[in-house]
Design a protein. Structure first.
Length: 483
């Protein structure tokens, strides 16, 4: 073929390609059910690789830095040179209702007094799958415990395998989980779920069927420290099991490996009970074995220390933060009181994104109701709402933030401030619009390729940024209220 004909052929092909790129819309065209085609635009062809993703240089600086410069509390509870403190790592400050930064002062006083009276304090960190595996919470726990004392992972679900950075839980195969996000008890008015949003039994089938048959059943759970977090999450001096709602006595035995530590009996009761055990040294391999004809309802097991801070990781997969009113209010109040829970951190929103709606007033109103309920049940409890993170979808050869992310964020912020809670804008802290691809495509990735969840490295940065903002305001409280 002559060169002129080759040129003309290419010219005709590109000419019609240009016309089609203008006429055909730049989105998926459905051909059949489950099959669609996309015709790339000229812009995508000639500007490929020049996507405008958020600049996260300041986020990467967080990764290279540490928050040790924020530590200013002497172990005796006195402040050393408070005027010389300079916070350099606060990229996104906390937002307060009515700009009243005294809202967290009750919690800050509890922190300060805990250094003197050695009273244990729990911080419950609720969230969706973004927190699974102890992500984000692990960093917060390590920083709080390094600064204010304390050890252990806090409250855990009793009856399911749980893989965490510092602790591995393995269980026998006959545990049954009842989850408020599942179908079980969906319409039951008694709301049997405790503050973890779940309960566990080691019997299967109808309630008390094993007891009526006289058959004795056996179940166990084992906790083994991994020593990987760099903190004190795998060290604990106390074990507390919360249970209720059963009819027959159950034997419980505690082992360190093969060595029995203690045996006890869970007495029959229709009210919340607590089985305690203290250790002089953390068991290297703690196994708890239950034997009985029927199972109690187990609401959790707490591994902590008598003093200091515990930061409890409570992921509820699939939750949007609208399920607290489905938890048993009496159980929540009682367990919060026993554990001395003084701060709630709520981190939801990822599961609201797929709807991609135009209006989220319903979410604002629903979340506001949940926050008000929590405050009514636990007067004096401080609450911080962490806003939804950026999330991206694919558009041609590039990624872009879901249009609804900022709408969800605004709904969360409005609900939090209206309810008298504190708000922290994670979306802005991580870089704002189109920041998730920057986290995913970083030289050392900070998020997974679903463009929705942080990996462990990214979760650590999120924890660092949030802790920096919180401890900065705590330091400000100390400066204004010297002892």
């Amino acid at each position: 073929m002559k060169p002129i004909r080759i040129f003309l052929l290419l010219f005709i092909v590109f000419f019609f390609y240009g016309i089609l790129s203008i006429v055909i819309p730049n989105h998926d065209l459905k051909v059949t059910k489950g099959f669609s085609v996309r015709f790339p635009s000229l812009k995508n062809v000639f500007q490929y690789g020049n996507n405008e993703y958020a600049d996260i240089a300041s986020v990467l600086q967080q990764k290279r830095s540490d928050t040790d410069s924020l530590v200013r509390i002497a172990k005796t509870g006195t402040v050393k040179n408070p005027d010389s403190i300079r916070i350099k790592l606060v990229s996104q400050p906390l937002d307060y209702p009515g700009n009243d930064n005294t809202v967290l002062y009750p919690f800050f006083r509890e922190l300060e007094e805990s250094l003197v009276n050695k009273q244990g304090i729990h911080i419950f960190h609720y969230g969706d799958s973004q927190l699974e595996g102890d992500r984000i919470t692990d960093y917060l726990r390590s920083r709080f415990q390094a600064e204010f004392g304390g050890s252990g992972p806090g409250i855990l679900p009793l009856g399911e395998e749980d893989y965490r950075i510092a602790l591995l839980a393995s269980v026998s195969g006959n545990w049954q989980k009842y989850n408020l996000m599942g179908t079980k008890y969906k319409d039951q008015g008694s709301h049997p779920y405790g503050p973890l949003g779940s309960l566990f039994r080691f019997t299967s089938g109808p309630r008390d069927s094993a007891a009526s048959s006289g058959k004795t059943m056996d179940a166990w759970i084992t906790y083994k420290g991994k020593g990987m977090s760099g903190g004190k999450a795998d060290q604990y001096q106390r074990c507390r099991i919360f249970y209720e709602n059963y009819q027959q006595a159950v034997k419980v035995s505690f082992f360190n490996g093969d060595v029995k530590i203690k045996s006890d009996t869970l007495i029959p009761s229709r009210s919340l009970k607590e089985c305690d055990l203290s250790f002089t040294e953390t068991p290297s391999n703690l196994t708890i074995r239950f034997t009985g004809a029927g199972s109690p309802d187990f609401y959790g097991i707490c591994l902590d220390s008598p003093s200091g801070i515990s930061v409890d990781n409570i992921p509820i997969r699939g939750s949007s933060g609208m399920e607290f009113t489905r938890m048993n209010p009496a159980l929540m109040t009682e367990i919060y009181h026993i554990l001395n829970v003084r701060l709630l951190i709520l981190q939801f929103g990822v599961n609201v994104i797929p709807g991609d709606l135009d209006d989220y007033t319903w979410y604002e109103n629903g979340l506001y109701t949940q926050l008000c309920q929590l405050k009514i049940l636990n007067p004096g409890l401080s609450i911080i709402v962490i806003g939804v993170s950026d999330a991206s979808r694919k558009n041609g050869d590039t990624y872009e933030s879901y249009p609804c992310v900022e709408k969800i964020l605004n709904a969360q912020k409005a609900a939090a401030l209206k309810a008298g809670c504190v708000f922290w804008n994670l979306y802005e802290a991580m870089g704002g619009k189109n920041s998730m691809p920057s986290w995913v495509f970083a030289k050392e990735p900070l998020a997974t390729t679903d463009f929705l969840h942080f990996n462990y490295a990214g979760a650590r940065i999120v924890g660092k940024m949030f802790y920096s903002a919180l401890i900065n305001d705590y330091n400000e409280f100390i400066r204004k209220n010297p002892q």
